[in-house]
Design a protein around this ligand. Structure first.
Ligand SMILES: *Cc1c(COP(=O)(O)O)cnc(C)c1O
Length: 390
């Protein structure tokens, strides 16, 4: 069945140049910048289409890139709960804190959204070999969706990645290569591989559709909050797809008339020992400088020395009047402990970074007492256990 997708073209966010959606293309060849999917938002589309649909991320199919339902590769991703965190709110003296818990996704993180979309669309394009460098969760997600699609996955991960991720990928039939250094080194090793030219590279923002999968978080946030957006969204930023995706979704919904305004300030959270976005924000830059020798962290997903979509991250922060802030390793452990005790929620280290960022932002006055603050817990902690000492 046709999805009636409104996808029109892929566009270089920097030059505005448009590219056809009929054949595979990863990123803009001239500018070497990410491509973003653009949709027809002029033809009216009522929110009522959502009424009787299944509670997964495919319910927004008109605003997603897939043309034919039959190409959907799904493990039940999306439509994760938004939980009230009342005790945490009292403790931080913020009126309303809510947590979107992405730990419930297949393969244990919100990477499932992006990979479900990227693999499904690649299937529609006739692609059957994938590759990705990963801090862990992206590899798990790619391995699972590739297995479901009957495709092959080649996964490159830093040696320091918890071993469960290797096992997870291999049990799904993926080929795993371990690399010394950070995710950036893993990416370099990948592009030097003999098979590389024949593999579809699903590195963060080097193809346009993981972003479209992650964007569904933005649609869900609006729908689950009855079309009234929170004042602040706090997001643990590595490659930045979630932050960029949520911001993109808000603008699409505004164009469609699904929401009337976007009051939300977007906050990027990083770790002190790898904080290129924070440094750029402090300097007012619209790009990131690569971070040299990122330190070891328990928040693997945040160890990204330079995001390919750095300009899009900075744009979302500036446009939304947001900010960028970093936390320490001991902050992260404290955030895990605190949220577990107060809310019965065992957060991923990345999610715990967000909790502690909200505390600091309240102290600095960026967040005021009366605001509604949405924290994103991007994954489950259970694959990181060997990193944690609690
Ligand atoms: C990948 C990942 C992140 C960072 O997400 P980006 O979209 O790359 O910024 C945060 N938390 C977890 C658990 C992750 O797996």
């Amino acid at each position: 069945m046709l999805t009636h997708s409104r996808l029109i073209a892929l566009q270089c966010h920097l030059t505005g140049k448009k590219y056809s959606i009929d054949q595979p293309i990863g990123y803009a060849p001239d500018s070497q910048q990410p491509l973003v999917a653009i949709y027809d938002t002029r033809t009216p589309l009522s929110r009522d289409i959502l009424k009787d649909r299944k509670h997964d991320m495919w319910r927004y199919k008109e605003m997603l890139p897939l043309m034919d339902d039959q190409n959907i590769i799904t493990l039940g991703e999306g439509y994760t709960p938004i939980l009230e965190a009342q005790k945490l709110a009292e403790l931080l003296n913020i009126q309303h804190i809510i947590i979107k818990d992405e730990g419930n996704n297949p393969t244990g993180s919100f990477k499932a959204r992006g990979m479900a979309m990227a693999v499904s669309k690649a299937k529609e394009w006739g692609i059957s070999q994938f590759c990705v460098p990963t801090a862990g969760n992206a590899g798990s997600a790619l391995a699972a969706y590739a297995a479901k699609a009957g495709a092959r996955a080649h996964i490159f991960m830093p040696e320091q990645t918890p071993d469960v991720f290797r096992m997870d990928c291999q049990v799904m039939g993926a080929r795993v290569t371990r690399v010394q250094g950070s995710i950036r080194d893993a990416g370099l090793e990948m592009t030097r591989s003999e098979g590389y030219p024949d593999w579809w590279d699903v590195s963060t923002l080097k193809e346009p559709f993981r972003l479209e999968g992650k964007k569904t978080m933005g649609y869900e946030i609006a729908e689950q909050l009855n079309w009234k957006l929170p004042d602040v969204i706090i997001y643990p930023t590595g490659g930045g797809t979630g932050l960029i995706g949520i911001w993109k979704a808000f603008h699409e919904m505004l164009e469609l008339g699904w929401i009337q305004e976007i009051p939300t300030r977007m906050v990027a959270v990083q770790i002190e020992q790898c904080n290129p976005v924070v440094k750029a924000f402090k300097n007012g830059w619209d790009y990131n400088e690569p971070y040299d020798n990122p330190g070891i962290t328990i928040a693997n997903g945040l160890r990204v020395p330079k995001a390919f979509g750095d300009r899009l991250i900075m744009k979302a922060i500036y446009e939304s009047k947001g900010t960028a802030i970093d936390v320490t390793e001991s902050d992260i452990l404290q955030g895990i402990q605190l949220t577990a005790e107060k809310e019965g929620l065992f957060l991923s280290p990345e999610g715990a970074a967000v909790v502690m960022a909200s505390k600091k932002l309240k102290e600095t006055g960026f967040i005021t007492q009366k605001e509604t603050v949405l924290l994103i817990n991007t994954g489950s902690p259970y694959k990181y256990i060997e990193n944690l000492t609690l």
